[in-house]
Design a protein around this ligand. Structure first.
Ligand code: SAH
Ligand code: SF4
Length: 338
């Protein structure tokens, strides 16, 4: 059986035919679910009996374990449970006129980054494209603002589950009408995945998680660096920027005394050269996780780091943390029932 948001338009059409209903019902169903982004039971132009039938035929992939709010209710985090018991998390961040959804691409993560709660918990399974689309739509159902941006920055390494993630991007673009540059795929540096993304038809935004200006330090934080060292990751990212004509962004979790020193900013700026459109670094103060002893850099240290990057010709912004109170901030997702 297919789940509600795994079914694409042709499958909805054949389901409607199987149920002996007129073809225009399939169009109403598709437009209601995707164009209008409404929950199934609110498609009031479809008769109640048929809606009940459809709810049975097209079950949701997830039930809600918990939903928590923070930041004056502008940040929401869901812990979902799939039929096989896998748990994943999704975060909705609402702004005045729009909203961003941070989706998970895997239950857990096999990459083992030392400072990340998801990495500390290990890998459970890949998510399907339908499960990724469901996260976006169910967050949309709770948001008065239109979801305009989707970031693959929840649990998991999207480019270790590349085909499902690209499939989900296609569907978010085609079915929900999101613009490709408002879809951000964040990777820890899976070079073959970045190459695959370079061939992908949609010019989505690529974000690469760096966290260190050199291999020696990066290996300690990001085990994958042993397989794909910085130079290879940056070359793949340069090729992406070149092909798509899009600026690549970089994530850098600032850890007190570990990767936030002035000479490290200079070294980082020195490596981020030759990017079409320039390079842009997002500095994120480290968020607390149970398994890593490092502390976040203080605000002044991060501001100084950003200044030195700018002096070296690299754009830098300091990211405001959302959702720390409910463990919904970067790196804090780990599918544990609170
Ligand atoms: N696996 C992908 C995407 C999910 S992680 C990746 O690593 O890019 C999303 C972002 O959160 C990444 O930039 C990651 O490095 C960052 N992150 C992980 N743990 C963090 C922590 N404890 N504090 C701040 N950022 C963290
Ligand atoms: Fe996985 Fe990203 Fe966490 Fe690393 S930072 S363990 S790649 S989710």
């Amino acid at each position: 059986m297919t789940t509600r948001y795994a079914a694409r338009q042709p499958q909805l059409e054949s389901l409607i035919t199987t149920l002996g209903e007129p073809a225009y019902r399939a169009r109403q169903l598709y437009e209601g679910l995707y164009r209008q982004r409404r929950p199934l039971d609110e498609l009031t132009n479809i008769p109640r009996v048929l809606l009940a039938r459809l709810a049975d035929e097209l079950p949701l992939a997830f039930t809600v374990d918990t939903m928590q709010l923070a930041d004056d209710d502008t940040t929401a985090k869901w812990l979902w449970r799939a039929a096989d018991g896998a748990q994943i998390e999704t975060v909705l961040m609402r702004y005045s006129a729009r909203a961003t959804v941070c989706v998970s691409s895997q239950a857990g993560c096999a990459m083992g980054c030392t400072f990340c709660a998801t990495g500390q918990a290990g890998f459970e399974r890949h998510l399907s494209a339908g499960e990724i689309v469901e996260q976006v739509l169910r967050a949309q159902h709770a948001s008065p603002q239109r979801v305009s941006n989707v970031v693959f920055m929840g649990m998991g390494e999207p480019l270790a589950n590349t085909e499902a993630v690209l499939d989900a991007c296609t569907r978010l673009h085609d079915d929900l009408g999101l613009s490709a540059r408002h879809l951000t795929v964040s990777t820890v540096g899976m070079v073959p995945g970045i190459e695959r993304l370079t061939e992908f038809e949609l010019p989505v935004t690529l974000a690469v998680s760096l966290h260190a200006p050199d291999d020696a330090l990066r290996e300690q934080l990001v085990p994958l660096n042993r397989r794909y060292p910085l130079a290879a990751v940056l070359d793949a990212a340069r090729a992406y920027a070149e092909r798509k004509g899009r600026r690549v962004s970089f994530e850098y979790a600032c850890i007190d005394g570990v990767n936030d020193l002035p000479h490290q900013a200079d070294a980082l700026a020195g490596r981020l050269t030759g990017f079409r459109g320039g390079a842009h670094v997002n500095l994120i103060p480290l968020n607390d996780t149970a398994g890593y002893p490092g502390r976040p850099s203080d605000g002044r240290r991060i501001a100084a780091f950003a200044d030195r990057l700018r002096a070296g010709g690299v754009e830098a912004t300091v990211r405001r943390n959302r959702g720390t109170a409910i463990d919904a901030a970067c790196g804090q997702l780990r599918s544990r029932t609170p």
